[in-house]
Design a protein around this ligand. Sequence first.
Ligand code: MLT
Ligand code: MN
Ligand code: ZN
Length: 291
Amino acid sequence: MKVRVLGTAAGGGAPQWNCACVACERLRAAGIARTQDCVAISATGDAWYLLNASPDLRAQLLATPELSPGPEPRRTPLRGVLFTSAELDHTLGVVGLREAVELTVFGTAAVLDGLAVRAPLEAYGASIEWRPVVPDEPFWLDDDRLRVDAVPLGSKRPRYAADRPEAPDWVVGYRVTDVETDGTLVYAPCVGEWSAALSNALDGASCLLLDGSFHTDNEMREVAGRGGTARSMGHLPIVDSLPYRTKHPDTRWLYTHLNNTNPVLLDSAPERAAVLAASAEIPADGQLLTL
Ligand code: MLT
Ligand code: MN
Ligand code: ZN
């Protein structure tokens, strides 16, 4: 299975347009920018599926030759999108796919029913099939080469959906196995608590793309002077997830959905060195993983 990490930043990207925190200023000065979290996967190379659809999707698609259309005028290898949540930074990009001739969007019932962008897409007549996924009911993609299991990760609703019903499946991760190579990816960019469900999903997994939004719980307030704790935003900070790395020594461990306040964005930061020393990785935008 090929896993193309299209973007690695949390909502707002890094640097964020209106932020002059230490990390944003250094990234700006160095001309380094990360786009918002989004991943593309394929086993056969003929069909590709997105894990989330970031607001930066158009630029990400243009930067990724495997996702180019052709040879027929409207033929594209992009077949579907799997949402882990209904958050804007993980779903807005699907609006940019409204010209699709054939596209399947997967999400839990809570996510598909509550999705802000669904009504506008339907009003424009986009050819999208909305397919509900249920944790622990696997489904198959890419000529039955990829087995997908949704992993329940929490009930955190997007702020725009505060009036929607509570449900245990507002946030999921995806465990994707290439049944020919046995390569297995676990994609979990929003993890509020370390859970048995996540731990079980990591059994036998070759690679984890994990919530790395914040390095510490108080980071937003300390760096940006505003905002809540990482945990109150449904993001387990890296200092609290990294200790679990030793329990899964055979799983490649990469942090994504990096918020612009996170010191691990900076090459020179001791926090980044500590993550790397624990044999975890900070992937670059565009990085290819072969599982
Ligand atoms: C999140 O990752 O928690 C959301 O993107 C935050 C938000 O934009 O409200
Ligand atoms: Mn986010
Ligand atoms: Zn910043």
